[in-house]
Design a binder for this molecule. Structure first.
Ligand SMILES: Nc1ncnc2c1ncn2[C@@H]1O[C@H](COP(=O)(O)OP(=O)(O)OP(=O)(O)O)[C@@H](O)[C@H]1O
Length: 240
C-alpha cells in the first residue's frame, strides 16, 4: 500500500502494538474524516499515546493498518510524516533552543516558505510572544505544552495529532488550542486529540472513542458524553 489512498483522514484498522511482553494496543479501529475531530479517552495505560505514536510514525505497528492523509505509516513513512502535525504527550523540545528557533528548525525540516508571519501570530495567540527568544529550559509545563501545539500546527497539516494538549494548560492556552483545532477542521484537516479531560474533549470534538486495556470499547457522539449523563456513561465504559 505505498500509493496514496483516496481516504485522506485518519484510518486505523485492527491495530496491535507489542513492546516485548507488553501488549500496549490490542485492537484499535478508528476513522476520522477530513474536517472532523475525534477525542481519545481512557484510563492511564489504555493505549491512547501508543496509538497516537503509531499515527505520528514514532512507533511501528506490530500488526494492523494505520493511514494518515491517505498514506500508510509503514509503507509510506516519510509521506505520512509530512502530512502530520504531532504534539507528543511528553518531550519533543530542545532545552537550549528558543521557541523561535524551534519554529525555524521545523520550517527548515519541512521546507516551508513564508512561515514567519504565521509563526509569530501563533506564538502571540498562545501567549508565548514575550518569551519567543528565551530558551525553553526554564519553561513551565504549561508553556511547553503550548509551544508543542504551536509546533504541531505551524505547517497547517492535513492530519493534526494532539496528545494531552490541555494538560496543565491555563484557560488562554485552552482557548488557543480550541482555535487551532477549529482552524484545522475548517480547512479540511482530520484532528485526533488524546486527553483525560472529558469536558474539554466533548466541547471541541464531534466524536469520542473510549479505549480500555488497549482496545477500543466504543465510539460515541460527543453529545452523549457531555454533562452528568456523559460522566456516568464514561464511567460505565471504563468499568465495563
Ligand atoms: N515503550 C514502551 N515499552 C514498554 N511498554 C510500553 C511502552 N510504551 C507504552 N507501554 C505500555 O503500554 C501500555 C499503554 O501505554 P500508553 O502510554 O499508550 O497509555 P495511555 O492511554 O496513553 O496512558 P496515559 O493516560 O497514562 O498517558 C501501558 O501499559 C504502558 O506501560
Amino acid at each position: 500500500m505505498t500509493g496514496r489512498q483516496s481516504f485522506r483522514g485518519v484510518l486505523v484498522d485492527g491495530l496491535r502494538v507489542q513492546f516485548g511482553a507488553v501488549e500496549a494496543v490490542t485492537g484499535v479501529d478508528l476513522s476520522v474524516e477530513q474536517g472532523q475531530s475525534m477525542a481519545l479517552l481512557g484510563r492511564n495505560g489504555a493505549g491512547k499515546s501508543t496509538t497516537m505514536r503509531v499515527l505520528a510514525g514514532v512507533v511501528p505497528p506490530t500488526s494492523g493498518t494505520a493511514l494518515v492523509g491517505g498514506y500508510d505509516v509503514r509503507e509510506a513513512a516519510l509521506e505520512a510524516k509530512r502530512v502530520v502535525g504531532y504534539c507528543p504527550d511528553v518531550g519533543g523540545l530542545v532545552p537550549r533552543a528558543t521557541p523561535w528557533e524551534h519554529l525555524q528548525l521545523s520550517a527548515r525540516l519541512r521546507d516551508l516558505a513564508d512561515w514567519e508571519m504565521r509563526g509569530r501570530a501563533l506564538l502571540e495567540r498562545f501567549d508565548l510572544g514575550d518569551v519567543a527568544h528565551r530558551v525553553t529550559a526554564g519553561f513551565s509545563h504549561g508553556m511547553s505544552r503550548r509551544l508543542s501545539v504551536v509546533l504541531a500546527a505551524l505547517h497547517e497539516p492535513e492530519v493534526l495529532l494532539l496528545d494531552e494538549p490541555f494538560d496543565g494548560v491555563d484557560p488562554v492556552g485552552v482557548e488557543a488550542t480550541f482555535d487551532v483545532i477549529e482552524d484545522a477542521r475548517a480547512r479540511g484537516a482530520a484532528v485526533l486529540v488524546s486527553t483525560h479531560l472529558r469536558d474539554l474533549a466533548v466541547e471541541v470534538c464531534s466524536e469520542v472513542a473510549v479505549l480500555r486495556g488497549g482496545t477500543r470499547m466504543a465510539t460515541i457522539s460527543s453529545g452523549f458524553m457531555a454533562g452528568d449523563d456523559g460522566a456516568r456513561a464514561y464511567r460505565a465504559l471504563l468499568a465495563g
